[in-house]
Write a protein that binds this ligand. Structure first.
Ligand code: ADP
Ligand code: MG
Length: 282
């Protein structure tokens, strides 16, 4: 068979197998081969590298879409020098993703704008690149989705779907109070997921406030019992990155801690009932 026919046959196979990237560089690779710039082995290697590279990029893009992660919020684009209270080494250790294999929880705590969502997303993007199934949601959206599924009689399927993610990221715990049924649904998810999948939480509230957030100290204690077991807790105590150019315009009382516009002020003098422990750290 002539080499022209062989080349045509290869092209047909590449089209049939949808190896479009390898096909794109086939002619050029053959020319280089004929000019002895490449060995046959190198030429084969180039074709497969090209095809694999394109597929990997496409896979990551599609996984990022289904995971609902924000784009561009990576570890590399996080300026650690802006957050000196944050231990870079601990973040880099998390980015090795052992916590996903071990089905552990990670809590990123701190006031608004310190990069909690950015870091949670960055770990999610690293996990997608490592071929993990990732799902990003806010707590409010998650509970709304569970409540809808419950109304439609599909709660178990929904729980199974969410728990298929090896990494679930639950953003904004504590920004909005959760009503009783929502807290129960969330507990069902956490219980089903316990020691079966990893979860990252971001929150601007301390664990002591979970009773208030979930409207029930018993549920909050049961949640924390599972979610703090073997968990990593990272607290970021710095300033808002969003406000870095206008920090002087924000009153001191609003800059740090819980009493920000995103955390309604506690009623004065109201005692905390059964404060829950927030001491567990690893
Ligand atoms: P939080 O979730 O803690 O409220 P975000 O993660 O949403 O804060 O951060 C607010 C904005 O500032 C985002 O656009 C984020 O990418 C950016 N940002 C925050 N911290 C940093 C940082 N240290 N380096 C680079 N960008 C940052
Ligand atoms: Mg956030």
């Amino acid at each position: 068979m002539s080499s022209a026919m062989t080349i045509e046959r290869i092209k047909t196979h590449l089209v049939d197998m949808k190896f479009s990237s390898a096909l794109e560089i086939l002619d050029e690779t053959i020319e280089r081969l004929e000019r002895n710039e490449l060995s046959a082995l190198e030429a084969l290697g180039l074709l497969f590298d090209q095809e694999q590279g394109t597929r990997e990029t496409r896979r990551i893009r599609s996984q990022l879409r289904t995971s609902r992660l924000l784009q561009g919020k990576t570890i590399d684009s996080f300026d650690f020098s802006f957050q000196p209270t944050l231990d870079r080494q601990r973040v880099m250790a998390l980015a090795e993703l052992g916590f996903i294999e071990r089905h552990q929880s990670v809590h990123l705590l701190g006031p608004p704008g310190v990069g909690k969502t950015h870091l949670a997303t960055a770990l999610g993007i690293a996990a997608v690149k490592a071929r993990k199934a990732v799902y990003f949601t806010t707590l409010a959206d998650l509970i709304a989705a569970l409540a809808k599924a419950e109304r439609e009689g599909t709660l178990n399927q929904r729980l199974r779907y969410i728990n298929r993610a090896s990494l679930l990221i639950i953003d904004e715990v504590g920004y909005l109070p959760i009503e009783k049924n929502g807290a129960n649904l969330f507990f069902q998810l956490v219980n089903a997921r316990y020691e079966k999948g990893a979860t990252i939480f971001t929150s601007n509230r301390g664990f002591k406030e979970w009773g208030e957030i979930f409207g029930d100290n018993v549920i909050a204690a049961a949640l924390l019992d599972r979610l703090l077991h073997r968990a990593t807790v990272l607290e970021i105590a710095g300033n808002s990155y969003r406000l870095r150019e206008h920090a002087d315009l924000v009153p001191e009382t609003l800059k740090r801690g819980g009493n920000t516009p995103e955390t309604p002020k506690r009623k004065p003098g109201r005692p905390r009932k059964n404060p829950l422990s927030d001491t567990h750290q690893q």
